[in-house]
Each structure stands twice: as structure tokens, then as C-alpha cells.
Ligand binder design. Structure first.
Ligand code: FAD
Length: 470
């Protein structure tokens, strides 16, 4: 009997739990529902939407090689999901629906509504665990709670993970052609921004696999030494692919293990360090299920709800535009806007600068990041922002504030990253780029620091100390 596979953030044919399960039961029809109004309501911008559309096109081509037709509908927002899928199921005489679970609240509610509608219609539907090794709720503390601190979560993950959880799912085989035509990509939604150059981020699972192989060959063994240096391409730059499932975490982990004598948690320091980041990814996926209030714009730490964030539009704009007068912050923000991606070290530096030095609400920064990031992903972005703002799980203690100038000297010692994104500072001697003296700037149009580090630090500490303790 025919099986319907509904693709969402799992845009690949290899190692796909839902597709593998469906293909083992009968001929497969695939569907992707475009929801541009929902993506917009969730704050995603042109970079992510463009990458997603290119990913769906690539998926359609790959599926065609298996004779699996990909149907596509533009349904606006999530509200018409169940009726659309049911209509497709009935039209094509489908016996069961298959999809891989997504964890943020709106997605989980949509999926529950779909399953209820299929049940009511007497049709089977199957939700598969795919994006994580452990279903949220499976890894709990001794007291039966969700972990809210990363390190014990990671230890439990390492201890309990087994070969079955990480085994690659079967690839589908070429099926007999169905009398159903594949459908074209709907028209692109009209968005305020223009996406970044697609050539740097080729979409699809083949491009993702190439990038993974290159990372493992050239960078992975140096990852622990180079991952914090933004002037070096020392990280995998796989985040957009993982966010949309053009690559799976299992494919990453299996490839890392193959390079590391079958080990995950010990052996090569670069490879194990990288595996640890993939566990961070899973940690935040569990958080959005265990603490769903984070999906409602609420801080993880309730008492920080009362924090007196400053309404300072001019300062917010300066941060967005990379004109704070702190070169590392400014170079990073320009990297984000120009390329749609930002180095992890700099995500931490810029997020802390906005929330601590400028004392501006983390939710404004979270939204600005999502609008520009090609890898924008709710759980990781929210987790990262709340970490930096000291409102989240495992958060940086509020009194630990990065000094952006010290961070700059430490992680971009030659000022190479600064020069790449701040051409107005490129003529200065490298050492002077971190905190350019006014008289050295000449005619260069670069602003003085928007706040004094020490005074801003005191202001942030005072604001946090004023919070009632819960
Ligand atoms: P690598 O260092 O090669 O890591 C491999 C993979 O592990 C990444 O691709 C990613 O999937 C995962 N990963 C790495 N670090 C983290 C982390 N701290 N949390 C969760 N997953 C992680 N990541 C996103 O994928 N989407 C986001 O929207 C996002 N927003 C962030 C916002 C802030 C304020 C901060 C501090 C971090 C954010 N991150 C986000 C996490 C991290 O910065 C990026 O995943 C990483 O920079 C991507 O580069 P990479 O693929 O080269 O990572």
C-alpha cells in the first residue's frame, strides 16, 4: 500500500528515518508543504528561506532518481496542514503518513493536530525519532527531570548511546514508477531582504556530504585548537545543513567515529570536541520540549523576567549595523549581515555585548539573528541567546562578561578577521585594530566606542543584582 512521506527539516534521502520506514512498507509518495507566512511569523529571513527552497528543489531531483514523486503545496501558515495532507492522502489512496519529529512548540502542536486528523479519518500516521539520538524525555536526571545543565546531559548521552541509536537508516531503493507527476517549486515569497550569494551555500545532501568529508579530511583534527579563531575556517560550517536536515547528526557522528577508531567520547581531541558540539545541539532540542515556556518568548530562569532591559533603539541599530566602536563586535555583525553566518565565538561575543554592555533585551538580538542566519534554528538560537544573556540553562553567570577588546586580542591576534570585515581599519597596524586610537584613524569613518567597558559592566551587574531572587 502507498506510503506518504512528509518532509520538513529533513531534506535528504539518505539516513532518513521516516523515508526508510515508509520505503520498507510500500511505494512512496513525498510531499513538502511550503509555509512562508509561518516562516515569517517565526522570524526567518531571506537567507534561510532561499536555502530551504533550494534544498527542496535538490531533494525533488534526488527523489526522482528513486521514482519517488515530490508533491509541493504553498499553504501559507501551519493552519491548513492537516486538511492538505489528508486531501493528498485520499487523492492518492495512501495507507499511512510518515514524518520525522520536530520539537519546538508550534511544530509539535501542528504534528499532534495532523495525527489526530489522520486518526479520525481512519488513516495511520507515524512520527519517527530522527533529528536526535534520544527522544526528549528519554534522558532524564536521577530525579526524573530534564537536564538543565549541559555537562551531566552530555555524560548521560555518552553513557547511554548505543550502536542502534546511531545506526544509519536504510537508503530507499529505486521503486517502480507511479502514475503521479512530481510538482514544481511554488513561487518564491516576497521578502524584505535579498538572500546572500547562493554559491557559498550550495543546497542539498550531496553538497552537505562533500562539506562533511572536507571538514573531516582537513580541519577536524585541529578543531580543538582552531574552533575559536574566526580568521580561520576551523569549524565545519555544516550548521545550515544540519538545521534543514540535508545532513543528519548520525551521518556526522558515524563519520567522526570512522576517523577516530570507532570512538565517540575519547581519542582524537579535535574529533571528540566536535562530537561534543553535536551533543549541544541535541541538548537544546530537549530543552524546548522539557521547558516549553522558552518557545513563548519567556526566559528559562523565571526571575530574570523582571530585568530592566533598556529601550535604546539607537544603540540597537548601531549593534545591528556593526557600528558600536568595538571592532570585534562590529566585524562579527557585518559577517552576519554579509554572509548569513557568524562564527560561534562571535555569536557569544556579540550576544553578550548586546545583552550586557548595551543591556538590551536578548529577544531583540535573537530575532535579528534569525532574520539573517542561514542556519537559523529556534532551539540553538534561543539556547545561545539565553546563555549569553544569563537568563537560560547553564547560562553564563551574570558577572562573567566578555571584554570584547580582550576577546579580540585573544582570538584574532593578528587582526585578520577584523581587517576582512572592517576595511576602514585594515590600514592600521594589526595590534592597533583591536581598539583603534582616535588619532590613528585619520579620515577613516569608524565610530568611537558606544559605551565604556567598565561603566557598562557596572550597569549590567547592578541590573542583575537588582533582580528579586526566586
Ligand atoms: P561546528 O563547530 O562545526 O559544530 C558542528 C555542529 O554542531 C553545528 O553545525 C551545529 O549544528 C552544532 N552546534 C555547534 N555549536 C552549537 C551550540 N552552541 N548549540 C547548538 N548546536 C551547536 N546554531 C544553529 O545551528 N542555529 C542557530 O540559529 C544558532 N544560533 C546561535 C545563537 C547564539 C547567540 C549562539 C551563541 C550560538 C548559536 N548557534 C546556532 C550555535 C553555534 O554558534 C552554531 O551552530 C555554529 O557556529 C555553526 O557553525 P559550524 O557548523 O561550523 O559549527
Amino acid at each position: 500500500a502507498r506510503q506518504l512521506v512528509w518532509f520538513r527539516s529533513d531534506l535528504r534521502t539518505l539516513d532518513n528515518s521516516a523515508l526508510a520506514a515508509a520505503a520498507s512498507r510500500g511505494p512512496v509518495i513525498a510531499v513538502f508543504l511550503h509555509c512562508p507566512a509561518q516562516w515569517q511569523a517565526h522570524g526567518h529571513g531571506a537567507n534561510k528561506v532561499d536555502f530551504l527552497r533550494r534544498g527542496v528543489a535538490a531533494l525533488g531531483d534526488t527523489l526522482a532518481g528513486y521514482n519517488i514523486p515530490l508533491l509541493q503545496r504553498d499553504i501559507g501558515d501551519f493552519s491548513a496542514t492537516a486538511e492538505t495532507l489528508l486531501a493528498i492522502a485520499r487523492e492518492h489512496d495512501v495507507a499511512a503518513l510518515h514524518f520525522n519529529r520536530e520539537y519546538p512548540l508550534n511544530e509539535a502542536r501542528r504534528d499532534a493536530a495532523v495525527q489526530a486528523a489522520f486518526h479520525a479519518a481512519g488513516l495511520a500516521s507515524h512520527a519517527w525519532t530522527d533529528a536526535v539520538a534520544f527522544e526528549p524525555g528519554e534522558l532524564l536526571t536521577g530525579q526524573g527531570h530534564y537536564y538543565s545543565v549541559f555537562t551531566p546531559f552530555a555524560k548521560a548521552w555518552q553513557r547511554q548511546v548505543d550502536a542502534g541509536r546511531l545506526a544509519l537508516r536504510d537508503a530507499p531503493s529505486v521503486q517502480a514508477a507511479l502514475p503521479i507527476a512530481a510538482e514544481a517549486l511554488p513561487d518564491a515569497p516576497r521578502l524584505a531582504d535579498t538572500p546572500v550569494d547562493a554559491r557559498h551555500w550550495p543546497a542539498g545532501e550531496t553538497a552537505a556530504a562533500d562539506r562533511l568529508a572536507r571538514f573531516l579530511r582537513y580541519r577536524a583534527r585541529h578543531y580543538h585548537e582552531q574552533r575559536d579563531l574566526p580568521a580561520i575556517a576551523g569549524t565545519s560550517e555544516l550548521s545550515p545543513y544540519l538545521a534543514l536536515g540535508m545532513l543528519s547528526h548520525r551521518q556526522c557522528l558515524q563519520a567522526a567515529m570512522a576517523e577516530n577508531d570507532g570512538h565517540l567520547g575519547d581519542g582524537d581531541a579535535g574529533l571528540t570536541g566536535w562530537v561534543n558540539e553535536l551533543i549541544w545541539r541535541e541538548f537544546y532540542q530537549h530543552i524546548v520540549v522539557g521547558f516549553p515556556e522558552v518557545c513563548r518568548h519567556r526566559p528559562f530562569q523565571r526571575h530574570t523576567e523582571a530585568l530592566a532591559w533598556r529601550d535604546d533603539d539607537a544603540a540597537f541599530r548601531a549593534w545591528c549595523e556593526g557600528r558600536t566602536g568595538y571592532p570585534l563586535v562590529d566585524a562579527a555583525m557585518r559577517q552576519l549581515v554579509q554572509t548569513g553566518w557568524m562564527h560561534n565565538r562571535l555569536r557569544m561575543v556579540t550576544a553578550m555585548f548586546l545583552t550586557k554592555h548595551l543591556l538590551i533585551d536578548w529577544r531583540r538580538g535573537e530575532a535579528f539573528f534569525l532574520r539573517h542566519l542561514i542556519d537559523g534554528e529556534f532551539a540553538a538560537n534561543n539556547g545561545g541567546w539565553q546563555w549569553a544573556a544569563s537568563t537560560g540553562t547553564d547560562a553564563a553567570p551574570y558577572f562573567r562578561l566578555f571584554n570584547p577588546t580582550t576577546q579580540s586580542r585573544r582570538f584574532d591576534p593578528d587582526g585578520r578577521f577584523l581587517a576582512a570585515y572592517l576595511p576602514e581599519l585594515a590600514e592600521l597596524p594589526a595590534k592597533a585594530r583591536h581598539a583603534p586610537p582616535r588619532d590613528a584613524l585619520g579620515a577613516a569613518d569608524y565610530p568611537p566606542p558606544i559605551v565604556d567597558h567598565k561603566a557598562a559592566r557596572e550597569r549590567a551587574l547592578a541590573a542583575f543584582k537588582a533582580l528579586p531572587r526566586s
